[in-house]
Design a protein around this ligand. Structure first.
Ligand SMILES: Nc1ncnc2c1ncn2[C@@H]1O[C@H](COP(=O)(O)OP(=O)(O)O)[C@@H](O)[C@H]1O
Ligand SMILES: [Mg+2]
Length: 257
């Protein structure tokens, strides 16, 4: 009997940009924020996007997440082509298939932690899957804080609520733009640990913009942008390896900070 070698593991793609360009303004004020970017984000993978300020990180995230329109190329989330959608369909896709975590926690002050977590689903008229919700809440360690309001929680705890809110609806993909930018390093590493856990134990797909090599090291893969183009990528990054790559990069912005 012969045994064939294991097939190479190619992950299913949760979202993909193909030849994606985004141009702001025209004439003297024309800025090419994204210049024919092609990148796929593997399912159940944690990808970090890095690059100097102004390199197009937020624009890439916003376009792939359906938050912003693009000039040319295409974007696919799951099996849906975003370019073919009406505004209404885009809104529905963002609501049903995408989770967001921003630098500012964006919690509603009058709602409890639990109400904040389930708000997007409540607005969509969807009932949360109780088992999933429980495991998310347990993972981010909020079980004892569910009736607290944001003002009664620390910054780190508020961001944990925002992480749970993004995960609650079992979205196909979760995007974070500098999700630990407002946290001290201890709270930041907790939140990064939860994001990584959500990938490892819940199979979530996460894409995170960061400028911090330590944060990037939580990811499975780092994609580097400069001037609206992908200039490099790294698998199984360490903070040191990311720092080295940033130092050796030709992109001037990489050398600062
Ligand atoms: N609304 C906008 N109008 C005009 N230019 C913009 C706008 N948003 C971003 N840009 C420009 O697009 C480029 C990429 O921006 P951005 O994606 O925010 O970069 P990053 O997140 O990497 O700092 C920058 O040159 C920025 O000035
Ligand atoms: Mg940005």
């Amino acid at each position: 009997m012969t045994t064939s070698p294991p097939a190479p593991r190619t992950p299913t793609i949760a979202a993909r940009a193909t030849e994606l360009s985004k141009v702001y303004g025209q004439g003297d004020t024309r800025v090419v924020a994204l210049d024919r970017v092609s990148v796929g984000f593997g399912q159940s993978q944690f990808t970090a996007i890095m690059g100097p300020s102004g390199s197009g990180k937020s624009t890439l995230m916003h376009c792939v997440a359906g938050l912003d329109s693009f000039s040319s190329g295409s974007v696919r989330v799951g099996d849906v082509e975003l370019g073919a959608l009406t505004d209404r369909q885009l809104t529905k896709l963002r609501r049903d298939k995408v989770g967001f975590i921003f630098q500012a926690f964006n919690l509603l002050p009058t709602l409890t932690a639990l109400e904040n977590i389930t708000l997007p689903m409540d607005l969509a008229g969807r009932t949360p899957d109780k088992e999933w919700l429980d495991s998310v809440i347990q993972m981010v360690g909020l079980s004892g804080r569910l009736t607290h309001r944001p003002a009664q929680l620390s910054g780190g705890q508020q961001q944990r609520v925002a992480v749970a809110r993004a995960l609650a609806s079992q979205p196909e993909i979760v995007f974070g733009d500098e999700p630990t930018g407002n946290l001290d390093s201890r709270a930041g590493s907790e939140v990064l640990g939860f994001l990584r856990d959500s990938v490892r134990t819940l199979g979530q797909t996460v894409v995170m913009v960061t400028h911090d090599p330590v944060a990037a090291a939580y990811a499975d893969r780092v994609v580097f942008l400069a001037d609206g183009r992908i200039v490099d990528e790294m698998y199984e990054p360490t903070a040191d390896a990311v720092r080295e790559l940033m130092k050796s990069s030709d992109a001037p912005g990489f050398r600062t900070s």
